[in-house]
Design a protein around this ligand. Structure first.
Ligand code: 3PG
Length: 207
């Protein structure tokens, strides 16, 4: 099993996806892979998310499937049971962190302040999600964390676009960024997998 810090190095851009239809899961993952992205974070924001994780892990080889938006009791365990290979939380409560740790899976717990980052460092985390990145201070904020918190690496998400991703990726404490722009809902609804593949290809070139 990879370490949480390794998750950050799979792809410069992690597609954060919201799936409404399980039949989109496999073709979406395959389109991302054709575009050069070998990870996908399926958010637990829709009723089909767990089944989507199961389908991708069962049917698509060579892709690392994360479960994102873990916010409620029991979700970490359910995601692990569905086959997720890593877990992502937008914020970090003790209960959530304990449940994530109980699964044994690598995780990117979310923070948006220095104190939250320090609390997670105390618990042994070195790879963190910075969320919501743009409203929380964006590039200047993360840049300011690099010197006092040199052991921590971040995956910023929330407001990241192809236009600002490069500025984040240039920071020494950012190893990848995440965003929903790679899997637009209208492209999924239309089955426009060529568009998703093109977006993935463009995202890879940002790294
Ligand atoms: C996340 O959970 O990381 C965010 O919802 C990503 O938000 P975005 O739509 O701004 O990329």
């Amino acid at each position: 099993m990879p370490a949480a810090t390794d998750i950050l190095d799979i792809s410069p851009v992690v597609p954060v996806v919201v799936l409404d239809d399980t039949t989109h899961a496999v073709p979406l993952a395959q389109a991302l892979q054709r575009g050069g992205i070998h990870t996908i974070e399926v958010t637990l924001r829709t009723p089909v998310a767990l089944e989507a994780i199961e389908r991708i892990t069962g049917e698509v080889e060579g892709i690392s499937v994360g479960a994102g938006t873990i916010t409620a009791p029991g979700q970490a365990k359910e995601a692990a049971r569905a086959g997720a290979s890593y877990l992502v939380t937008p914020g970090s409560t003790d209960r959530l962190l304990d449940e994530v740790a109980d699964t044994g899976l690598p995780a990117l717990p979310g923070i948006s302040t220095v104190s939250e980052a320090l609390r997670l460092a105390e618990r042994g985390h070195r790879a963190l999600k910075f969320f919501p990145a743009e409203p929380s201070g964006g590039v200047p904020y993360l840049k300011a964390l690099a010197s006092p918190l040199p052991d921590l690496s971040f995956c910023p998400t929330g407001g990241i676009t192809p236009d600002n991703a490069g500025n984040y990726l240039a920071l020494p404490n950012v190893r990848c960024v995440g965003g929903t722009w790679l899997a637009p809902r209208d492209a999924l609804a239309k089955g426009d997998w060529g568009h998703v593949e093109a977006l993935a290809r463009q995202a890879v070139s940002l790294g």
